[in-house]
Design a protein around this ligand. Structure first.
Ligand SMILES: [Zn+2]
Length: 364
């Protein structure tokens, strides 16, 4: 899996490889970009190239082999979600006292450490950073560079301050990656000590290209639609459940139907009644709310004469018909009411009733 397998953002990949070629890779890098843009994949590729035992070049720039002992062991963490789940489960099985003192870390190679946010708060904690401090000043054991990847750089305050101490005096042979979708949430003092690289979300056509390889069993039409719906996130695109999305959209359209002039409310009640209490009902409602946001946004695009921006490209004719029933003020107030519905759900309002009154309010 060399760099040529990385999808999108060719300029950033080139910059990274040029830095690797000069053998002067920065000691601290903020790698930002939306979910699914490949931040972790790229950090892993860099870690492999730094430590590859049979480092090669492609297009005149450094690349990794993917099959030497170092590449293989680093790659064991490529599926970070699985390694993370294993680490969390291992902690769950510890005695109470040990559990409290154990922080989640993922390490499949002695010189590459991944520091995910620690549950349940899902923040990086000071003990995790202390662990980094305790080993970062030792020379690499089996590779050339020590690599530390904070896979979601959301720090508790004390942890951020500890990290700052490392960033002030990083050792020659170590590189720290801070991956984030929102670099401005990091302390300015951290940001100023890091080189910033930004991955842009992938365009629908880039995602479509990727899906043609990753999901050849899907119909081209489905791939095109998923590419639009996934918001440029490859991981989301690959595992996108289109059937579930379309079911949620069916419900969302039923909720909007009265506002679009439908007289018969029986379909609406049938839909809202199906939203039950409990965890299942919650994920079903979350999905419907997300679809409602995207439909309202699409209506805005269609109304403002930029239908090509709409995500639900397969139902443009329907969106056009709907957009003629409402004005801009309606879309704005519908979006506000959707926000209220969302926060109401956090207060555990009865789901079916809340949906009924949401639909009724839009009708006026
Ligand atoms: Zn290798």
């Amino acid at each position: 899996m060399p760099f040529s397998d990385f999808h999108g953002n060719p300029e950033v990949v080139r910059t990274v490889r040029e830095m690797l070629a000069r053998e002067r890779f920065p000691h601290a890098v903020i790698l930002s970009g939306p979910t699914g843009s490949g931040k972790f994949t790229l950090a892993q590729m860099i870690a492999k190239t730094m430590n590859c035992l049979e480092r090669s070049t492609a297009d005149g720039l450094p690349d990794f082999c993917g099959h030497c002992a170092n590449c293989v062991r680093i790659a064991e963490a490529d599926h970070l979600e699985d390694r993370f789940a294993e680490a969390v489960e291992a902690r769950e099985n510890l005695r109470e006292a040990d559990k409290r003192e154990t922080r989640i870390l993922v390490q499949t190679h002695p010189d590459v450490l991944i520091i995910p946010p620690d549950p349940p708060q899902m923040l990086v904690k000071v003990d995790q950073v202390r662990h980094v401090i305790s080993e970062i000043y030792y020379k690499p054991a089996e590779g050339r560079e020590r690599v530390y990847i904070f896979s979601d750089a959301d720090f508790m305050k004390e942890a951020a301050n500890s990290l700052l101490k490392i960033l002030e005096e990083p050792p020659e042979f170590a590189t720290i990656f801070l991956l984030t979708d929102n670099p401005s949430a990091l302390l300015p003092t951290i940001r100023s000590r890091c080189v910033q690289l930004r991955l842009a979300p992938l365009t629908p056509s880039q995602v479509e290209e990727y899906l043609a390889e990753a999901r050849p069993e899907w119909k081209a039409r489905a791939r095109g639609l998923v590419a639009r719906l996934c918001g440029g996130a490859l991981g989301r695109a690959r595992s996108f459940d289109l059937a579930q999305y379309l079911a949620a959209r069916q419900d969302a359209l039923a909720l909007l139907a009265p506002a679009m002039g439908a007289r018969d409310h029986s379909e609406l009640f049938k839909v809202t009644e199906s939203y039950r209490a409990g965890v299942d009902g919650k994920s079903k409602l979350d999905a419907t709310i997300r679809v409602l946001y995207s439909l309202l946004e699409d209506l805005l695009f269609v109304k403002s004469g930029t239908p090509e921006m709409a995500r639900n490209q397969d139902m443009l004719a329907e969106l056009k018909r709907m957009s003629e029933e409402v004005d801009f003020d309606w879309i704005v107030s519908a979006t506000q009411r959707l926000g209220e519905l969302e926060s109401g759900m956090r207060r555990n309002l009865l789901r079916s009733l809340a949906l009924d009154s949401f639909a009724a309010a839009l009708e006026k």
